[in-house]
Write a protein that binds this ligand. Structure first.
Ligand SMILES: *Cc1c(COP(=O)(O)O)cnc(C)c1O
Length: 362
C-alpha cells in the first residue's frame, strides 16, 4: 500500500541530527523559552526574509494571535476564501471579527480578487489570503485592492512554507503571516507548533505579549492574553528540518510536474501552477467528477488518497448561520477534489504506480 503521507519515512532521514538535538534539550533543563526557540525563530526569520518571527503553539493560535495583535476585534469584517481549512475562519471568529467568505478561482483554487472587491463594505478591515495547497494567492491584486480601500492584508501560510512570489517568501508578502508546523506540513514538527512572521515591530511585541498571558514584562499584564509557545524540543526539530526545506520543496515540485506531464485521463483534471516558485505543492489535488469511484479504484490499486476538504466551512454545523449561503465554485471544488500522495521521500516506482493507476481509471 502506498500511504498518502509516510511521516516516519520522511522524518527518519533526520534521525541522527534530531536524536542529538533532543538529547541537548533534555540535558539543558530548559524546555520552554530557551535557546532553541530563539535560534529557530531567528533562522526562520532569515529564511522568510522578515524581521520578526514569534514561535507559538500551533497554526490556529498563530492566526488568531496575529489578528488580535494587529488590533482586529468585534465589528471588523475579514474577507477570506470560502474554500479553506476551517482553522482560517475559526481564528477570525474567535477574535470576535466577522469572516466574510468569498469564492476562489476554479483554476488556481485561490481566492479570486474579483469576488474580494464585491465583498468589501464599510466595516471591512482586512483580507486574509490563504496560500492553498502550497500556491501563493494573487498577492499583487490583493495588495492593490487593500491599498485602494485602506485594508490590512494577512497570509495564512500554513500550506506554503518556502513558496516564493515576486522574489519574496510566503509570510513576507503582507502585514503578517501565520504558519503551522503540524507534522504533515511542508515544514513539520513532531507535534504541534506554529509561528507568526512580520516586519512590524509593534505587531510582534503585542503578539509576543498576547501569547505570554498578555504580559509585556513578567507579572505585568496589559492584555487578556493566552499561553501559546513553541517548545524547545519542537523548535530544535524544526531547526534541523529547515535546512533541507528548499531541497524538499524542489523534490515536491519535481513530483508534481511528473504527475502533470504523465497523468493523461480525460476524467481527471490536474492542478496547475501559474508561477513556478510560487508553488510548493503541499497537496496535489486533482478533480474527478466520480470521486468516490476514483478513490476506490486507487485503493484497489494499492494507493491511499485523501480529500482536502470534503465539506466547505459554510456547510459545517459550526457555521449553521451560513447554511443558506451559496458558493457554487467552492462547492464544486469540495465535491470533486481528491489528493494524490506527494512528498519528498516518494520513490520513482511509487510515482509510476500512481500515474499508471490514475490513467487506468475509467
Ligand atoms: C494546518 C492549517 C491550519 C492550522 O494549523 P494547526 O497547526 O493545525 O492549528 C490553518 N490553516 C491552514 C490553511 C492549514 O492548512
Amino acid at each position: 500500500m502506498i500511504k498518502y503521507l509516510d511521516l516516519a519515512r520522511i522524518n527518519s532521514r533526520f534521525r541522527a541530527d534530531i536524536d542529538r538535538r533532543i538529547a541537548q534539550v533534555l540535558n539543558s533543563g530548559q524546555y520552554l523559552q530557551g535557546v532553541e526557540n530563539d535560534n529557530f525563530c531567528l533562522n526562520f526569520a532569515r529564511y522568510c526574509g522578515v524581521k520578526y518571527v514569534l514561535g507559538v503553539g500551533n497554526g490556529l493560535d498563530a492566526l488568531r494571535i496575529m489578528l488580535r495583535a494587529a488590533g482586529l476585534g468585534p465589528g471588523d469584517e475579514v474577507i477570506v476564501p470560502a474554500n479553506t481549512f476551517i482553522a482560517t475562519i475559526l481564528a477570525i471568529t474567535q477574535c470576535g471579527c466577522t469572516p466574510v467568505p468569498v469564492e476562489p478561482n476554479l483554476t488556481t483554487y485561490n481566492i479570486d480578487p474579483v469576488y474580494i472587491e464585491r465583498a468589501i463594505t464599510g466595516r471591512t478591515k482586512a483580507i486574509m489570503a490563504v496560500h492553498l495547497y502550497g500556491q501563493i494567492a494573487p498577492m499583487r491584486e490583493i495588495q492593490e485592492l487593500a491599498q485602494r480601500y485602506g485594508l490590512l492584508v494577512f497570509e495564512d501560510s500554513a500550506q506554503a512554507h518556502g513558496a516564493i512570489y515576486g522574489g519574496k517568501r510566503a509570510g513576507n508578502l503582507s502585514h503578517a503571516g501565520a504558519f503551522s508546523f503540524y507534522p504533515g506540513k511542508n515544514l513539520g514538527a513532531l507535534g504541534d507548533g506554529g509561528a507568526i512572521t512580520t516586519n512590524d515591530e509593534n505587531l510582534y511585541n503585542r503578539a509576543h505579549a498576547m501569547a505570554n498571558y498578555g504580559a509585556l514584562k513578567k507579572y505585568e499584564h496589559y492584555f487578556k492574553g493566552c499561553n501559546s509557545r513553541l517548545d524547545e524540543l519542537q523548535a530544535a526539530v524544526l531547526d534541523v528540518k529547515l535546512k533541507t526545506l528548499d531541497r524538499d520543496n524542489e523534490k515536491r515540485r519535481h513530483i508534481a510536474h511528473y504527475y502533470i506531464n504523465n497523468i493523461k485521463n480525460e476524467l481527471i483534471i490536474n492542478p496547475q501552477s501559474y508561477n513556478e516558485d510560487a508553488h510548493v505543492w503541499h497537496i496535489y489535488p486533482v478533480r474527478v467528477k466520480k470521486r468516490a469511484l476514483f478513490q476506490s479504484h486507487m485503493q484497489s490499486c494499492g494507493i491511499e488518497t485523501l480529500i482536502h476538504y470534503p465539506t466547505p466551512p459554510h456547510k459545517q454545523n459550526a457555521y449553521k448561520e451560513w447554511m443558506q449561503l451559496s458558493f457554487p465554485i467552492t462547492e464544486k471544488i469540495h465535491n470533486e477534489v481528491v489528493s494524490l500522495p506527494l512528498h519528498q521521500e516518494l520513490e520513482k516506482w511509487e510515482m509510476d504506480k500512481i500515474v499508471e493507476a490514475a490513467n487506468a481509471f475509467n
